[in-house]
Design a binder for this molecule. Structure first.
Ligand code: ATP
Ligand code: MG
Length: 594
């Protein structure tokens, strides 16, 4: 029988990581801005003062290449790379790849791209600090033999079920394995045979000999090696025994001279084990003091978002989204495609700070950081997303004239953009109302509005189809009312609407994205998060844009006036035919209270 690490109760959540305890969550309001200084920096400052380390600060970000990075990982990336940078140190990118079945080079490449895109790198003094735990397999194996010789680990020949049954509970001690007192010689022989492929999967494991009565279940002789006849994406079929996460991680840290090893709070109960392995290897003369220090911080939980690779995979495989980089996904590739900037993600991570208390961060905080970052940057443009024809009956047919508008209203130095005005225009359907409610200042029969950057027009009537749907609005314009010309402002109007010339507009596919989930905590308390999917999170419209928008390159952004921020899709845009994604609307239309 195969030993699944789940069976060993090492992790109900993933194969080898502890579960996330979400019961003690509290809410952080969008307005609370945590200080950038944090308890981790205090620890580093104290270590510097006490002279604990005579080397630079070395940290690491250790993803498992079994999926794409998500916004939760961004938090860890910003913490590790950001702190190392601020202390003049270095942060390693290490792939924690000891799970042969699930890992792949595709994920390695995507993770490398995502960390770079977020603005970090692992180079210091011309040296790349890119590592793979799988490069330590020989070393890890040698250390395991050493621990066997020191009587610190043993080969257990119980099956997974027996190991699980004898592990005990929170209130009952575990029962020692009948194989616990094997001699080092016997253990060494068995372990070597495990390595040489003599035994089937699940027949033997290597376990640490710690304390079956420990109140911390992680210390009850955890498994550190298991047999797996699986192909590894880097080491191929060279190994049929693979080390477990808890054993690999601390040793990888030590081998890389990591000073401060950050992880999320679920690993707190694993810290004694982290320290146990390193202390025993120091005692055995394989490693030296000082040993890296594991420090836990609370993971990022964002409302309306799921940050579990397993559940994100479910969304992809179930075709609820169009792949890992679907603009609705909270993956880094998804956020990038949606149009989020690295700056906005870093800003949100900085503002939410690092603490020991589990909390929820409102998604609005990320959107606010995004709007803040975008407000000054992208040019403005006009887009009509829900078009209705406007015909200016007193404007000559086949004639046109050029109107102009600032590239950015706060930065006149960035110049102007131009677009033609003509007899037939597109306006927004919601900017006309045949029977307007009180306080409606836009177009209705008999009313005047300003066509932004153009002329004042007065509505004279409408055309309807046989079902009484309005298919066109008719107006007359005032030729002396052109924006920016002398005397144009003696026309006093309350409404100001946007438009594009029908003959000159760029007709484009525009995707209007919204939050992927309707509920702030879609997967709370084991709920079926698939039921909380927002069916309106993607709407595709055919829109009319000002002509200049046709020349947008992939990943170029604009604020479409009154509508929000948009980006030319990096995947589906082709030269001269960009497709646009809405990044975010101009204002938060979602309630920030839950
Ligand atoms: P998932 O829970 O999505 O499967 P993981 O924790 O198994 O992710 P890893 O690739 O092992 O994924 O994570 C790399 C690093 O990122 C780890 O140090 C992990 O603690 C950290 N990390 C993952 N999710 C979050 C989060 N939501 N907030 C902060 N850090 C996170
Ligand atoms: Mg995790």
């Amino acid at each position: 029988m195969n030993i699944k690490r789940n069976d060993l109760k090492l992790s109900p959540k993933s194969d080898h990581k502890p579960a996330v305890h979400s019961s003690a969550l509290i809410k952080v309001s969008t307005k609370s801005v945590a200080s950038t200084s944090n308890f981790i920096r205090n620890i580093i400052d104290n270590d510097k003062q006490s002279g604990k380390w005579n080397q630079r600060v070395e940290m690491r970000f250790p993803p498992e290449p079994n999926g794409y990075l998500h916004i939760g990982h961004a938090k860890s990336i910003c913490a590790n790379f950001g702190i190392a940078r601020d202390y003049g140190g270095v942060c390693h990118l290490r792939f924690d790849d000891t799970n042969p079945e699930k890992e792949d080079m595709e994920y390695v490449n995507s993770i490398i791209d995502s960390v770079r895109w977020l603005g970090f790198d692992w180079k210091k003094e011309d040296r790349e600090h890119l590592y793979f735990a799988s490069d330590y397999y020989d070393q890890l194996y040698t250390f395991a033999e050493l621990l066997i010789q020191h009587g610190k680990v043993y080969v257990d020949s119980q099956n997974a079920e027996q190991i699980r049954m004898t592990r005990g509970t929170l209130i009952v001690s575990g029962t020692p394995s009948p194989y616990r007192d094997r001699t080092p010689e016997e253990n060494l022989q068995l372990f070597r045979q495990m390595k040489s492929g003599k035994f089937p999967e699940g027949s033997h494991v290597l376990r640490a000999k710690i304390d079956m009565a420990s109140p911390n279940i992680n210390m009850r002789d955890p498994v550190i090696y298991r047999i797996r006849f699986a192909h590894h994406y880097r080491t191929g079929d060279a190994w049929c025994i693979y080390p477990m996460y808890d054993y690999t991680h601390c040793i990888s840290d030590a081998l890389e001279n990591i000073t401060h090893s950050l992880c999320t709070l679920e690993f707190e109960d694993h810290r004694p084990l982290y320290n146990w392995f390193l202390s025993e290897l120091i005692n055995a003369g394989a490693l030296t003091h000082p040993m890296p220090q594991q420090i836990e911080f609370s993971r990022l939980n964002l409302t309306y978002v799921i940050t579990s690779k397993r559940k994100l995979l479910q969304l992809v495989e179930g075709k609820y989204v169009d792949g890992w980089d679907d603009p609705r996904m909270p993956t880094i590739v998804g956020l990038r495609r949606r149009g989020f900037t690295p700056e906005s993600i870093r800003l949100m991570c900085e503002r939410t700070g690092l603490t020991k208390v589990s909390s929820w961060v409102d998604f609005g905080l990320l959107e606010a950081a995004l709007r803040e970052d975008l407000d000054e940057k992208p040019p403005r443009a006009i887009a009509v997303l829900d078009p209705l024809k406007l015909i200016i009956d007193n404007y000559p047919k086949d004639s046109k004239e050029i109107c102009s508008a600032p590239v950015h209203p706060h930065h006149i130095e960035r110049g102007t953009r131009t677009f033609p005005f003509s007899r037939e225009l597109w306006i927004e359907r919601t900017d006309f109302n045949e029977t307007p409610p009180k306080g409606y200042f836009r177009l209705f029969p008999g009313n005047r509005v300003r066509l932004r950057y153009g002329f004042v027009v007065e509505c004279t009537g409408v055309d309807k189809d046989i079902n009484s749907n309005i298919i066109a609005v008719h107006c007359n314009y005032f030729s002396d009312s052109k924006s920016g010309t002398q005397g144009s402002n003696h026309y006093k109007v309350k409404g100001n609407i946007h438009w594009v010339s029908a003959a000159h507009a760029y007709c484009a596919e525009v995707r209007l994205y919204d939050r992927l989930f309707k509920e702030p905590h879609p997967d709370a308390n084991g709920r079926d998060f698939l039921k909380a999917i927002n069916p309106n999170a993607k709407r595709v419209v055919t829109a009319y844009l000002e002509p200049g928008a046709q020349h947008f390159l992939p990943e170029e952004r604009a604020q479409f006036e009154r509508h929000g921020y948009f980006i030319a899709d990096r995947v589906n845009s082709v030269p001269g035919k960009p497709v646009f994604n809405r990044i975010v609307s101009l204002r938060n239309s979602w309630s920030t209270s839950e």
